[in-house]
Design a protein around this ligand. Structure first.
Ligand SMILES: [Zn+2]
Length: 416
């Protein structure tokens, strides 16, 4: 199987020598190296490579006699393309599998289809979406959001990274024209189905003793910003009774998040916090915290967030602290296309590949694209259950099972 060689050739790019984690942020030299790797892998297979206006990379296996349309995307009515893929960018110190597993498996699946003597009767594409993690510019699934029109291109161009470089500047520096980003309906119209293979970001498959699974839905999720404003004071002279310390209601909010999530079967996390002025020997003036909450349905999500905010407000009032709470982004539940899911399930069942159906709490490009075309997801077992960390893992045998499952699905969708 060609998987191992492809995997090994991608592995060194963007790996930090000290942490062992990956730092592949969009439009950086590491990202450019990942793109060159993708282009090389496509060229080795005789696939036609195209960078779309939003910086997403596509490799096309055109059926014999089917010429590409004006945009370079296949555009023949009645032969809408089948696309698979994922992303190559990472979170800070992420693991090697989140994203790249889907792309390496896609190239390996093309090799397997050729070994089986399959020829596509409709175009078969492999895509690498740009800035899926939102690690550099703060908006997750930025490449697929731009493609589908889910974000205003002017807003996207101005998004700053931590050093103040805008997306437009970063794109231009990497040689991509940012003036042309935005919805691309011609390209979307050419695609009839998108199937994304991804490492599982939990332990469900390990518990079910299955190497691969099928995505059912993405939980609704969102981010809320909480600003607690108190009164800065001296840690050595201000009496406890006189203080208006914003750190205390903040602490209540963190504990309330854990409690609310546990009692509702949901998830809530405070992973980012800043304190101003941030002095060891001072009562803070302001504490800003970000609550990430996810639940099996919107009612549960609202209940969890409502409970956290109520606890935060009550604690803030008790300490003479002001609280401003604003949602920064809220994404509704995404149900993957039931028809496509059924097709995927029956393809796998016909080959006797067991694949339980699972929900996920993580966002994906397949979730963004679901607003415009039928999408489905395959998950590969991650025995550690850990994600966004170098500890995420997939055994070679499970990677091979993922490639076989993906090739089986692609064969039924694109070659018949
Ligand atoms: Zn991912």
């Amino acid at each position: 199987m060609s998987f191992a060689a492809l995997w090994e050739s991608l592995l060194p790019i963007g790996r930090d020598g000290l942490s062992g984690g990956y730092r592949r942020f969009s439009w950086t030299p590491e990202d450019v190296a990942c793109r060159a790797w993708f282009t090389r892998a496509a060229a080795e297979r005789g696939l036609r490579v195209l960078t779309d206006r939003n910086g997403n990379l596509w490799a096309w296996w055109d059926p014999p006699g089917l010429a590409p349309g004006a945009t370079g995307a296949p555009g023949v009515p009645g032969a809408r393309a089948v696309v698979t893929g994922s992303h190559l960018d990472s979170v800070p110190d992420g693991g090697p599998f989140d994203g790249p597993l889907g792309i390496v498996s896609a190239f390996a699946a093309v090799d397997l289809l050729r070994e089986r003597g399959c020829l596509p009767v409709r175009p078969l594409g492999i895509v690498a979406f740009s800035e899926e993690e939102g690690a550099r510019f703060g908006v997750a699934c930025l490449g697929s959001r731009l493609l589908t029109g889910a974000i205003d291109p002017a807003v996207a161009r101005a998004l700053p990274d931590a050093a103040g470089t805008s997306l437009a500047e970063a794109m231009a520096a990497a040689g991509h024209d940012p003036g042309d980003i935005g919805p691309d309906d011609d390209l979307l119209r050419a695609v009839g189905a998108y199937v994304e293979l991804h490492i599982e970001q939990g332990r469900a498959l390990a518990d079910l003793d299955a190497a691969v699974g099928i995505g059912e839905q993405i939980w609704p999720h969102g981010r809320w910003r909480l600003d607690f404003t108190g009164r800065p004071d001296h840690a050595g002279t201000a009496t406890l009774a006189d203080r208006r310390d914003p750190m205390l209601p903040f602490a209540t909010a963190v504990l309330a998040a854990r409690q609310a999530a546990a009692s509702h079967g949901a998830l809530a996390t405070v992973g980012k916090v800043t304190a101003e002025p941030g002095a060891v020997n001072a009562v803070s003036a302001r504490v800003s915290a970000w609550l990430d909450a996810r639940g099996p349905d919107e009612q549960v999500l609202q209940a969890v967030v409502g409970q956290v905010l109520a606890a935060a407000r009550e604690a803030a009032a008790g300490h003479g602290v002001e609280l401003a709470a604003e949602p920064e982004s809220v994404t509704p539940a995404v149900e993957f296309d039931p028809g496509l899911r059924e097709t995927v399930a029956s393809s796998l069942a016909a080959q006797e590949i067991p694949a339980p159906v699972l929900p996920t709490g993580a966002g994906h490009d397949a979730g963004v694209l679901a607003a415009r075309l039928p999408t489905a997801m395959l998950f590969v077992r991650n025995p550690t259950g850990v994600s966004h960390s170098p500890a995420e893992h997939a055994e070679p045998a499970d990677c091979a099972a993922g490639v076989r499952a993906l090739a089986t699905v692609l064969e039924d969708l694109a070659c018949r």
